[in-house]
Design a binder for this molecule. Structure first.
Ligand code: GLC
Length: 474
């Protein structure tokens, strides 16, 4: 089976969030399966092109039409040792040789070009995949363009559209249809939603299958609270929606082997975890104290991640006997709030306003508890990473958080973490308090920490689900 995986980011080459992790781990896991070959297509961004450590070979170049524009496409490639996993980098310096990956005035045109270039590359490379797996709005035009511009060419290829973030849909003005996408009026209906061009809506209609990254989220997005306006079109197409939970790369995130943390530990011997806590406290300038619980938050600092709940009870949290470590960047008001609290309570709060994966690993390993009170969460990877490092999650019961963190029964130790349902700051605080109470029952706590490290969050099961879906649509 040949799978083309199209994404706007993929670690280790380029990553701004969870999509980058998934686009690294899922294709690699798929390619391990017998008779499965995967080609990942991403843009050849400046940061990749300028990185001498990334070795690529030039394959070919050709031109594509972006409506009336004739644009250059260069194809560069990197191939895995097994040869079953290939990375293709789409090169066009006008669109991608810039600082930053998103947020440019012409993102709509950049990713229209990207989608167009991928479809044309298939023909130029004489590569006819069985499945084209598209991710988020940046590649959402592929299922539409395949029908509109390549009818009869790629008819044997099936399309999957995978939703990681429904908030960004690729909404463009109506003129976009003829001026940038360059398809006839016939296709306007497929791409129009709420009076404008909407890439994601086009994919929802055109793709053979729609997936999202957890089972609960697949249900939630049929409702207005979660769907950012797309609920009606999702309801109409619900027969083709399925939720498959993300995993993490358990080799990369492995407390027994991770070289970025202070000491290694395993599910049978967690003494290294205490060492990580001690060194982390030192590094962050917090009082070194093994008995005070450390709550960590590693997140984009935006309200949708539940930051408004944290803000509402920040003062009350600071009255608890705990230490609070935050890592992340985002809205200035939240950055300021954490900085202010760190200034007022230097013994309790460590505010690290930065996006720093190496520091994050040290905190995943050193903290006792991990707070993730998201308003909505398609899947969430941080809670999986936290658990892998024996850090107890405190989460809101939504999306992938609900699917991966069943509530802990403190008597039987069934379940995984402390959860709350309503989007309410004091419900969250209640969950934090329950977790702190459990923390002081040391024997049980340590036993539970070991259980968490053992918990299997790898991609193994989900890869089988994706293969089942590919086979179904083929
Ligand atoms: C987005 C979602 C997150 C998910 C990730 C990967 O970042 O917000 O919940 O885990 O995509 O699918």
């Amino acid at each position: 089976m040949k799978i083309l995986f199209a994404a706007s980011e993929a670690a280790p080459f380029v990553k701004s969030g969870g999509l980058g992790d998934v686009a690294q781990a899922l294709p690699a896991e798929l390619a391990k399966v017998k008779d499965v070959e995967v080609s990942v297509f991403i843009p050849y961004y400046k940061s990749i092109k300028d990185n001498p450590a990334i070795e690529v070979e030039f394959v070919t170049s050709f031109g594509v039409q972006v409506a009336w524009r004739r644009q250059h496409v260069g194809i560069f490639r990197a191939v895995s040792k097994s040869k079953k996993l290939k990375y293709y980098f789409i090169d066009n310096e006008h669109y991608f040789y810039r600082d930053g990956i998103y947020g440019h005035y012409d993102d709509g045109e950049r990713f229209t070009y990207f989608s167009m270039a991928i479809l044309e590359a298939m023909r130029q490379l004489d590569y006819y995949p069985d499945v084209i797996h598209c991710n988020d709005w940046q590649t959402a035009l592929i299922p539409v363009l395949k029908k509109a511009l390549y009818a009869g060419v790629y008819d044997n290829a099936r399309t999957v559209f995978n939703i990681h973030n429904i908030e960004y849909q690729g909404k463009m003005p109506n003129e976009f249809l003829s001026d940038v996408i360059g398809v006839g009026e016939y296709w306007r209906g497929m791409l129009t939603y709420d009076g404008c061009i909407n890439f994601m809506k086009g994919a929802i209609v055109a793709a053979d299958k729609i997936t999202t990254v957890s089972r609960t989220y697949a249900h939630e997005i049929r409702h207005a609270f979660f769907a950012h306006g797309l609920q009606d079109i999702l309801k109409e197409n619900e027969y083709k929606i399925e939720g498959i939970v993300n995993g993490i790369n358990t080799d990369l995130y492995n407390p027994a082997k991770d070289t970025t943390i202070f000491a290694n530990f395993t599910s049978t011997n967690i003494s290294g975890k205490a060492k990580n806590k001690e060194e982390m406290q030192k590094m962050l300038g917090l009082p070194v104290n093994p008995d005070v619980p450390v709550v960590a938050m590693i997140s984009r600092l935006v309200s949708h991640k539940g930051l408004d709940l944290v803000e509402y009870v920040m003062g009350e949290i600071m009255q608890r006997d705990l230490q609070f470590v935050v890592i992340g960047t985002g809205d200035a008001k939240y950055e300021d709030m954490f900085n202010f609290n760190a200034y007022v309570n230097p013994d309790k709060m460590s505010a690290n306003i930065t996006f720093n994966p190496a520091l994050a690993n040290k905190v995943y390993a050193g903290a006792d508890m991990f707070l993730m009170p998201s308003k909505s969460e398609p899947c969430g990877l941080s809670q999986l990473i936290a658990m892998r490092y024996g850090t107890v999650p405190i989460v809101r019961e939504t999306g992938g958080l609900w699917d991966t963190v069943p509530p802990l029964n403190v008597e039987t130790l069934e379940g995984k973490g402390f959860t709350f349902k309503g989007y309410n700051a004091h419900d969250m605080l209640g969950a934090i308090d329950r977790c702190i109470e459990f923390y002081h029952d040391k024997a049980k706590w340590n036993k539970h920490v070991k259980n968490l490290i053992r918990y299997n969050s790898s991609w193994k099961a989900s890869v089988q689900e994706y293969l089942r879906i590919y086979n179904e649509i083929m």
